[in-house]
Design a protein around this ligand. Structure first.
Ligand code: RAM
Length: 905
């Protein structure tokens, strides 16, 4: 287990300005980076108020010899691109950062990274596969008794590959570069290599196949060595999505493996062992594996020490060598999927002899680890996974559609056996264990939580258990759906990178984890999927044909890069995305010269899964058109593209004017008169002032008319609480937050939700389970309210002009049932924390601003003049500059440091 997905402790016992959390390409000590000019960054902490980085110096070293020195730079920046000669392929580097404070005191920190394989001609590896010429393609999955509802025969059993080789010299360094068309897990000399799961992850394999780099120095030795891998189908050739035309085999018909082991010896020589026809292969205990369908493991077919020296592989067959085309290979640029937590079972209920329901207490994406005691050889145990139970206590699986989510374990008859599948992942809270010998107990089952191991970046907690549960559900929604790509759901036959879901949830996701490289990687797939005309498919990676250019979905093309840039302050994101952004808005513009986006709206889902009302589709589309053009103009400004900035800036204003002319009536009502219509217009800044006020009035009136009940779907819900708060109706936002009537977040929580549901009516008292055709209980989209919890309730956000949170806005909003709330969040330059508490008529607000940022702090108060900081008037407080306060807010500007404000509440 790598992390338990909690925010790390900040550095302690500081004596002065300290650089910590060094990253190369935004990753900690990465191996196998793919660029010769990596981004190097660090965070700052200091025990001293007002402390800042006056200057920094970065050096890059190879074997202790300096290859680049940035020289001292009098800048507050906490990141720099390697500026020396391009780095060398397959080489280890260390790098050091020194930071100097205003008083001239210097401190430093060190980290490392290694480059990957930069040049195609360095690859000696060939793709290898099972030789289907000499062996029938399909080996029946003997252990899966049930006839399949779908074309199962396309899935072949995973195969084991191995290669034994001699090393005649000691090993100074050994790196394994590995990937697959399919899914792989490597072993060397009897040990598993690394702890990554579902490698190489899902990318648009037609263009980009990521290889991973592992350090295996300590595993190899002089004499005989063995490396080997088990290879499954995964996204390459297994079931993905629901599209019956091409349910499986999206990229290829059979899996292939490619790997290159590079061993350095003391005399400077190198041994390379690469996949080729000298590898041998065979089937083993995994008889069937598919991401959607599940896995079958027959312990009677275990291969013993198959990846160890001295093993007799006489019966293994030569692997088929299909050549060395490495044109699609790229270095892995983001954290892989890992098992990040293990959850103990909370309850086991016997339904019949040998048949049990296990409750893990949490809906999650992953799989179980099962202990089997006292089984006879050949006993078969079936595990079915589901998110909910039916009223009769049986597993609810109707919402899985054709995803079987069923694993099988066949015993070899040993006293104690363990089973955990390798090449599948399920979305579930409950497991039905059928065929278990004897009594199953909670000790026999654990939930293994799998997701992309994006570094945790934030935490939020408050006095209200319901709100904490909501936050927990949002976090688990993120964990369950950030599985290599941002998916809509982890359980049914879908699990696709729906673009609207991703762009809507991104701001919330970024408060909880560092998702920069995760989204950069996904955006690279978005870029390759852009059509010649400029449209963006609805799902990325692009595996569902015929749907592209949908309002709010395709706009991920502009929203994702601009949002990433704003949050992480890395211009490279915009440079890469620029052509995609421009081509996307030009596509919409060409089809809609009158600037109302009515044409080429593809499937047009509107404000998806609204309840009771339908937001006008042209309103939604045109608002998004304006938004995309606004961000395209903004990107052009950052990139110094003056003409484009002017052109798209003007276009944006014209779209906004067209929006008003077309949709806003004399009373300021927006066509359709729905909450989402007003929210879009307000949030995207489309209205002149008088219309803005009217829109707020109509929005509030609609909520009041409905007894403060929401009607928003995926698009509108993200804007609801932030916009109400912005316009002075935080009390309404809190009412929605605490509401537990249908439809609301609280309604699902009242009924036991541990994740965010796809639909407000996923389950209702009146109708029970919602429409079975589409009813996921783990969808993050409606969880986009998380942004408001961090940004407004705890009060951590940035000013409109700010990039990378350098200009923080600390503006907590005590309200609702809350008596306290707190959050911490890792911005690029360090950690921000806020905590407010109401007690005995006093509001106490604790704030920590890291070096590298400044903050405007808004302290809600009954009496602005009596606000104090650490018992002193603000004017006497070091690091603070009082600003003009309003009757209900004390305002000040704060330098880095830790502050405690108190004020009458
Ligand atoms: C559903 C997905 C997704 C949504 C699309 C329109 O199939 O689950 O959440 O974006 O439809």
């Amino acid at each position: 287990m790598t992390t338990d997905w909690v925010l790390s402790e900040p550095p302690t016992e500081l004596t002065g300005l300290t650089a910590y959390d060094l990253r190369c390409e935004h990753r900690v000590d990465p191996l196998g980076i793919g660029t010769a000019r990596p981004r190097l960054s660090w965070r700052l902490a200091s025990p001293t108020r007002g402390d800042r980085q006056a200057a920094f110096r970065v050096r890059v070293l190879r074997d202790g010899v300096q290859v680049w020195d940035s020289g001292w730079r009098d800048e507050p920046s906490t990141s720099v691109d390697h500026g020396g000669a391009p780095l060398t392929s397959q080489t280890d580097y260390t790098w050091q950062v020194e930071v100097r404070d205003a008083a001239g005191r210097v401190s430093g920190a060190e980290a490392s990274f290694a480059t990957g394989i930069f040049h195609d001609d360095e690859w000696e590896a060939h793709w290898i596969e099972h030789d289907y010429e000499t062996d029938p393609y399909f080996e029946p999955p003997v252990d899966r008794a049930e006839p399949r509802t779908v074309r199962q025969a396309t899935i072949a059993p995973p195969r084991y590959y191995r290669r034994s080789f001699e090393l005649t010299q000691p090993v100074t360094r050994a790196r394994l570069y590995a990937t697959a068309h399919g899914l792989y897990q490597f072993s060397a000399n009897g040990q598993r290599v690394g702890n990554d799961e579902l490698t190489p992850g899902w990318t648009d394999y037609r263009e980009r196949v990521a290889y991973q780099t592992y350090d295996v120095t300590d595993v190899l030795r002089e004499g005989e060595n063995v490396i080997g891998a088990v290879l499954g189908e995964g996204w390459w050739s297994g079931y993905v999505g629901w599209d019956t035309r091409s349910h499986a085999h999206h990229y290829g018909k059979k899996p292939q493996l490619l790997a290159q082991l590079v061993v350095d010896h003391p005399d400077g020589s190198r041994t390379v062992v690469a996949t080729d026809g000298r590898w041998v292969e065979r089937v083993g205990p995994i008889r069937f594996a598919d991401l959607l369908m599940g896995e079958s493991y027959d312990a009677r077919h275990e291969l013993g020490d198959w990846s160890s020296p001295g093993y007799d592989a006489g019966e293994w067959a030569p692997a088929g060598d299909v050549g060395g085309d490495v044109s699609t290979l790229i270095a892995m640029t983001t954290e892989p999927v890992r098992v990040t937590s293990e959850l103990p079972a909370v309850a086991v209920t016997a339904l019949a002899p040998g048949r049990f329901i296990v409750d893990l207490g949490q809906n999650l994406a992953g799989r179980v680890r099962l202990r089997v005691r006292g089984a006879q050889a050949g006993d078969r145990i079936r595990l079915r996974h589901g998110e909910m139970l039916q009223a009769d206590g049986e597993l609810y699986t109707a919402n899985l559609r054709t995803a079987d989510a069923t694993d099988y374990f066949v015993s070899a008859g040993a006293a104690d056996e363990f089973f955990e599948p390798v090449f599948t992942v399920h979305g579930f809270r409950y497991v039905e264990v059928d065929g278990y010998p004897g009594e199953l107990t909670v000790e026999d089952v654990a939930g293994r939580v799998l997701h992309s191991d994006t570094p945790v970046a934030g935490r939020f907690e408050c006095s209200d258990p319901g709100v904490n549960q909501l936050l927990s559900n949002i976090r688990w929604g993120q964990r369950g759906n950030f599985v290599s790509v941002p998916t809509d759901c982890p359980q049914r036959d879908e699990r696709l990178g729906w673009t609207a879901d991703a762009q809507i949830f991104l701001p919330t996701a970024a408060y909880q984890a560092d998702v920069l490289t995760f989204f950069e990687n996904w955006f690279a797939d978005l870029a390759v999927a852009q059509t010649d005309e400029g449209a963006i498919p609805d799902v990325i990676p692009h595996v569902i044909t015929g749907r592209h250019g949908t309002p709010a979905w395709a706009d991920a093309a502009t929203i994702v890069p601009w949002t990433l840039y704003r949050i992480y302050g890395d211009e490279r994101v915009l440079r890469t995305a620029w052509p995609v952004m421009r081509r996307w808005v030009d596509y919409v513009h060409r089809a809609n010269p009158d600037l109302i986006w009515r044409n080429r709206t593809s499937g047009h889902y509107g404000d998806w899964l609204q309840v009771g009302v339908k937001t006008d589709r042209d309103v939604l589309a045109t608002a998004y058109f304006a938004r995309s053009v606004e961000f395209t103009a903004a990107a052009a400004r950052v990139l110094g593209l003056t003409d484009d900035a002017a052109k798209y800036g003007a276009l944006h204003d014209e779209i906004a004017a067209a929006f008003v002319a077309e949709f806003v009536d004399a009373e300021g009502k927006i066509r359709g008169d729905t909450q989402t219509g007003y929210l879009l217009a307000l949030a995207f800044g489309l209205l002149p002032e008088h219309a803005e006020q009217a829109a707020v009035k109509h929005l509030v009136a609609d909520l009041e008319r409905r007894e403060r009940s929401l009607t928003t779907g995926f698009a509108g819900v993200a804007l609801l609480c932030p916009i109400l708060t912005k316009y002075g109706y935080a009390d309404l936002a809190y009412d929605l937050l605490h509401d537990d009537r249908y439809p609301s977040w609280g309604y699902s929580i009242k009924h036991g939700a541990t994740t965010i549901w796809e639909r407000w009516d996923g389950w209702t008292e009146e109708n029970g389970f919602g429409p079975v055709a589409m009813n996921s209980f783990n969808h993050y989209s409606l969880g986009s309210v998380g942004e408001w919890l961090y940004g407004d309730v705890a009060g951590i956000s940035q000013s409109e002009q700010s990039i990378g949170f350098r200009d923080l806005v600390v503006k907590p909003r005590p309200g609702g049932r809350l008596t306290w709330a707190e959050a911490s969040y890792d911005i690029p330059s360090g950690r921000v924390s806020t905590r407010w508490e109401l007690s005995d008529g006093t509001l106490t607000l604790d704030v920590t601003i890291p070096p590298g940022a400044d903050a405007t702090i808004h302290i809600p108060t009954k009496d602005p003049d009596s606000t104090q900081e650490s018992g002193r008037p603000l004017t006497e407080s070091e690091g603070l500059t009082p600003l003009d306060s309003t009757p209900d807010t004390t305002l000040c500007r704060a330098a880095p440091g830790t502050y405690r404000f108190t004020t009458p509440a």
